[in-house]
Design a protein around this ligand. Sequence first.
Ligand SMILES: Cc1cc2nc3c(=O)[nH]c(=O)nc-3n(C[C@H](O)[C@H](O)[C@H](O)COP(=O)(O)OP(=O)(O)OC[C@H]3O[C@@H](n4cnc5c(N)ncnc54)[C@H](O)[C@@H]3O)c2cc1C
Length: 487
Amino acid sequence: MALPRYDTKPKYGSKVLVCGTPDYERCRCMNPTADTPKRYPREIHVVESPTDVSAALKRASELGVTVGIRSSGHIMNLGNLIQDGILIDTVNLNRKIDYDPVTREICFGPSCRVEELAEKLGEVKRFFPHGHAPTVGSGGFMLAGGQGWFVRGWGATSQTWIMKMEIVVPDGRILIASRTENQELFWAARGSGLGFFGVVTRFWGRTIRASNMWERTFKFEVGDKYEELMTWTIERGRDTPKYGTDLNITIDYLEKYDPRYTTDDVPSGAKLHMNLNLLCYTDTLREAHTLLSAYDKMPDSIRDSLLEMKPVQRRTFEEVFNRKRGFLGNGKTERWQINSIMNDPACPLPRLIEAIKSAMLELPTRTSSVFICHCDIVPDEEDAALSLPQDLYISTITGWTDPKLEPGIYQPMRDHYRRAFPVAVGQYVTELDVNNDDANTRVLSDSALAKFLKIREKYDPQGLFPNYKKFIKAHDKMNKLENKHML
Ligand SMILES: Cc1cc2nc3c(=O)[nH]c(=O)nc-3n(C[C@H](O)[C@H](O)[C@H](O)COP(=O)(O)OP(=O)(O)OC[C@H]3O[C@@H](n4cnc5c(N)ncnc54)[C@H](O)[C@@H]3O)c2cc1C
């Protein structure tokens, strides 16, 4: 059967899809990556209400199987597809965004996409830091913490902006979690990502007055200037005020989007480019110039590698989304793996740059790319499970289309990232690979993990939600590696 094109609003004939039917298979493969593994849940519940979620959880309990949840399918290794388990698909659950002009909060369901939130916020002239890519769902993004727009100053979206969640817990109760109600649940739901033990059915988030987005860009040829370019770029990012700025670095081949190339091979003579997309959110052009002015001066050695520079100009969310839209789910042939670390803020920059060098420069295919952003997230472990400092989020996306490259294609980048463990505090929980432990590292602090596991045991003693086991495995591995290193 041909793979279905990725659709953010698919329609199915029934709410419970049974293995072996065409709707079931279409739904199972409704992921942005074409690399849907051969894992077949026993049933897929396309839930429409919290009560449907309770019924799906009851069904899993009765069958004695485990549960996976999908809001948009953007986690590439698809740990939500559990052989013989139950997949809960939230695509039709509270799929609307309400704005309350009195509380100035927005309320939305877990499958509401970034572009849907942006549209609604535009209508009511408010801002809320949703994700950067148009089709990402709210469920997994918010549970992971959420590196939302302009994250640097105000922290992760679920840390600072989410006020309340409606959650169906494993025994089927529908609970409200906030800082004053079911606090433990609220704590655990913000930062545990795919390890969480419930189904979030609604979020409430505060908003602020909308302002204007501005962007300044630079493009460099990397050549033999990797160290100088990385040092200058990261240092200038650190000089840039945090509030209202969103600083992104990508490295890729110019041929990545060139329609003349159709294979995964890196064309001979292809050169790596580093792009800086520096955005800010403020009322006037004058303010934007000031916010992004740390990049005004550059040493001659860097200037020699400069290919293009665009001055500060107005941007809209729609323009940014359109640039990213080509990346995922188009034509259903692209396959992706994402590896990442968050650096140890105490590690000197030259050591960090050296340790990640191979992950930045040895891109295995034409469409692979590096993405780094200044997150500057300072955790508050008392308040949320999100507990690792996120200074820089450093990632590499391996992209390919030819299935024959599997499974070998996964390994090089896992190895590069494993080599970067000594300079990392851990990784963003969304990139924990449920299929292979090699590049997995800590996703929470050890103390936050211990607290999370206690709360989890209370709510989910039967273990309906199994992915937390991967956290334990990764933490044990890292503790062993570090103990060995101390000997
Ligand atoms: C192109 C792209 C751009 C991205 N941009 C950003 C970004 O700007 N900032 C950022 O922080 N992250 C970003 N991410 C990472 C993204 O936030 C995660 O992949 C996130 O998990 C996606 O959530 P989802 O619900 O859309 O995906 P899904 O794959 O559907 O869900 C991921 C996991 O979250 C859990 N989950 C999902 N919904 C629920 C729910 N309702 N209740 C309980 N558990 C649930 C499940 O365990 C599931 O396995 C990006 C990813 C991609 C591929």
